[in-house]
Design a protein around this ligand. Structure first.
Ligand SMILES: *Cc1c(COP(=O)(O)O)cnc(C)c1O
Length: 463
């Protein structure tokens, strides 16, 4: 018998066939030709492996493969996923989901012209850095504010502007790595500043700062929120007030890298105390820096607050241009900040705060409804206790008591099938069981989630 590969049609013949007609209507010709080539390669490979089509001359088989290739190439790289990990500010999953109002403001700014750098009253060039300033100063009591790309950029800008070639005093207990390659000593070095280490890892007193300040070599005192880890036991650290007094005496600014930018009362979120921007300013920090997309619940941004003269220096530095914030971000941040004028409304409308504040009972109720829907559809599932986290490098060691849907079946295979679905679902495996923590499943996603789980269970069953 002759080699079935000799009966594979030419790419030209496939393109001319009736089976390829609909593809040529839906896609540019060059893409269809590439896909036809891909289909020929695939069928040739299958024949080589002994499982080719019954009739290698039939163009329908090639058209089917070509269509799948064209569709696969059009799946976006950045996709919506369902977060069933229970980690609210999941950095890998894009941190804070935004309030509806912020989403609408960002979409509007993206699709239209705006007064981004235009002074509507004067009819002349304005500054993009004027946006969000009045809201930020109103909410925090700061003299002035500046918004850049993210908190890392805020820190780089502050250090390059205020301490080029000069010493920056940091406690040895605060030389942390936040994640994503962000290490305080390295950022400092790359900003052209020189690290002046103070005290020891577990204990750094005001007197230790006083010693390095006396050397006259230090141009900035930097206090860093440790964010993602805790030091316990035999510890001591200088208070912000003590640092402010010392920095003031030596006429150098005190810069506080706060990380998270919590504006809400943590008690309302059921979370332990956490220094907030206005606490830090009141305690005497000259500049504070924090993220827009952590506990603030807004878009990715870096906010700098503090003394007018310092903020003006940062705003005027050429480096600021390289770190400048996008109009969509400004629109989303402004809209997010406006919600904080009415804290109960912020708690209600900011998804991050709502998820953090939701009681375990409320999460369990939602989990019960999802589990009932699944069992009703013949999928074995039950509700179990779960433990979520705040995430985003905040509140290390704080667990959010939560509820999850446990789906019966081989956990790894189910997890893989869920990730391959559309939209993908990301859950957690605990003791070889697949858990879908419902705290981070957004309202309105429950139906999609049950559909995806049922499909994953069915596909795993077929393996
Ligand atoms: C998260 C964090 C940063 C970085 O913030 P980004 O907005 O992600 O750049 C910097 N400092 C501290 C203390 C942080 O917790």
């Amino acid at each position: 018998m002759s080699d079935p590969r000799s009966r594979i049609p030419s790419v030209d013949a496939l393109i001319a066939s009736a089976d390829f007609g609909p593809l040529l209507e839906g896609y540019p010709r060059s893409r269809v030709v590439d896909a036809a080539r891909g289909a020929v390669d695939a069928i040739r490979r299958r024949i080589g492996e002994g499982n080719g089509p019954d009739d290698p001359a039939d163009s329908a088989a090639y058209a089917g493969i070509a269509e799948a290739l064209l569709e696969a190439a059009d799946v976006p790289s950045l996709r919506q996923v369902i977060n069933a990990t229970g980690v609210v500010l999941h950095t890998n999953l894009g941190r804070a989901p935004l309030a509806d109002a912020a989403v609408a403001a960002m979409a509007a700014a993206a699709g239209q012209y705006t007064n981004l750098e235009y002074d509507l009253e004067a009819g002349e060039r304005g500054s993009r850095y004027q946006h969000c300033v009045s809201l930020l100063t109103e909410l925090t009591g700061a003299e002035d504010a500046l918004v850049v790309n993210n908190a890392a950029a805020a820190l780089v800008l502050a250090l390059t502007t205020l301490a080029p070639g000069a010493g920056v005093a940091v406690s040895r207990g605060e030389l942390v790595e936040i994640g994503g390659g962000f290490r305080i000593p390295e950022i400092l070095e790359r900003s052209g500043a020189r690290l002046v280490e103070v005290g020891s890892t577990n204990r750094t007193r005001a007197a230790d700062y006083a010693k390095v300040l006396k050397s006259g070599d230090v141009r900035v005192v930097l206090k860093v929120h440790r964010s993602n880890f805790r030091i316990t036991g035999f510890t001591e650290q200088a208070s912000l007030e003590e640092l402010a007094t010392l920095a003031n005496e030596h006429d150098v600014p005190l810069l506080h890298d706060l990380g998270s930018g919590l504006l809400m009362d943590p008690q309302l979120l059921g979370l332990p105390g956490e220094p907030r921007p206005h606490d830090s300013l009141r305690a005497g920090a000259d500049l504070v820096a924090f993220s827009g997309d952590k506990l603030l619940g807004g878009p990715q941004a870096g906010v700098l607050l503090g003394r007018e003269a310092l903020v003006a220096r940062l705003r005027d530095d050429p480096m600021c241009r390289a770190l400048r914030v996008d109009k969509g971000t400004l629109a989303g941040l402004e809209s997010t900040l406006r919600l904080y004028r009415d804290p109960p409304r912020a708690l209600d409308e900011l998804p991050t705060l709502r998820m953090l504040a939701e009681s375990q009972e409320a999460v369990r109720e939602r989990a019960e409804a999802i589990a009932a829907e699944l069992t009703g559809g013949g999928v074995e599932a039950k509700v179990v206790e779960s433990s979520g986290a705040v995430g985003g490098g905040t509140y290390p060691g704080v667990e959010l008591p939560s509820a999850a849907v446990e789906v019966a079946g081989p956990a790894e295979a189910l997890q893989r099938a869920l990730r391959a679905g559309d939209p993908p679902v990301v859950g957690r495996i605990v003791d070889d069981r697949l858990l879908l923590d419902v705290r981070t499943v957004l309202p309105g996603q429950e139906g999609e989630l049950t559909t995806r789980v049922a499909a994953a269970v069915a596909s795993v069953g077929r393996l």
